[in-house]
Write a protein that binds this ligand. Sequence first.
Ligand SMILES: *Cc1c(COP(=O)(O)O)cnc(C)c1O
Length: 420
Amino acid sequence: MALTNGGIPAHGLPAAQVLAQLSALKEHDVRWRDGRAFTLAYSAGAEVGALADEAYRRFSSDNGLNTDAFPSLKTIQNDVVGIVSGWLNGGEDAAGFMTSGGTESILLAVKAARERGRTERSIEHPNVVLPASAHAAFEKACYYFGLQSRRIPVAADWRADVVAMRAAIDADTVLIVGSAPQYPQGVIDPIEAIAGVGAAHDINVHVDACMGGVTLTYLAMLGYRIPPWNFSVPGVTSISVDLHKYGYTAKGASVLVHRNKRLRQYQTYVTTNWLGGMYGSSGIMGTKSGGPMAAAWAVMNHLGDDGYLRLTAAARRATERLVAGIVGMAELTLRAVPEATIFSVGAVDPAQLDVFAVADALWRRGWYVDRQGPPPSLHLTVNAVHEDKIDEFLGVLRSAVDEGLQSAKTGDQGAYGTVE
Ligand SMILES: *Cc1c(COP(=O)(O)O)cnc(C)c1O
């Protein structure tokens, strides 16, 4: 009996049966716990995954909307934000909230900048100056909240062109953006220069460290030389860090940290203009599951610095070995040397090899990579689970490239996210 034909059963089905059907539904999903996905999901191993699941289960239906009723979630949020602020050199004054993900963190950073511009400078038609490489979530935020997005082409090394960004700022600019690293090519924008421009104009400067917040922190501790990117840089006003990526926590967890409470006040929303009394919320959501919050708290405390050092080192080693293998393939070209653990790859001769056909061939073999452009490229997000999978993947990639060379057929351009 199928549950997926669009109707609720007239008579409820036994729990064992619905669970069996859920398992069956997953049959064709990418096997990310086996390292088959270079995007979307991250694994620190079965033991950490089980801890996240158990913590999530215990808080899944508790509601973070009002922490008066759930002081546990208030403590959990304070602890998690405190840990992330520490990673970011936030000092005593830094203040933030947990959100449901990088997109919500970015939406709120943009909303806070708009609100500050409106309140402090009476700006009615605000704009945001950001590199072409900044995440799509900024575009979504500008669209949702009525700001103009001023996308500035990146420099030849894919980093933000700060001179061009400065030239695009005017009296209505409320925010400029840099990423550490930016998603498409995995390089770190010149945050010091961007923040200097922002400070000179006294506008918000957001650093999108959704990908890099954990990784760059621990790479620096491991001795890698990382250019300054966090609150140690004067002028940076807010930073987003996703925990459900390289924090290896359950999905639904990110943190937005502001340099101080004065800047954070523009993130929140309060109203009494209805019949239900005072309503305040820190983020986009109303009712908010405690599951992702508790899972993040549990995993971060369980891993500790030594756990994150080990996982970050493993992800970085895997990245370096993968890059070396790909550089050894004559048909492929690395877009940029990755500064963290994400990078992209194109075809040396796009007329001879369509990289999207390579992605199709990989997926037929059970491996999932992202497709992006312009220019047409494959994107790989490497995490700790990949460390012992690199040789196997490079072999599969070789055969997928060979298949791509033989087929004249062009591959599906795919999408980072979908609407169905
Ligand atoms: C993943 C990502 C986002 C968006 O985060 P979601 O958790 O997918 O909403 C934003 N910026 C960067 C750099 C990212 O990698």
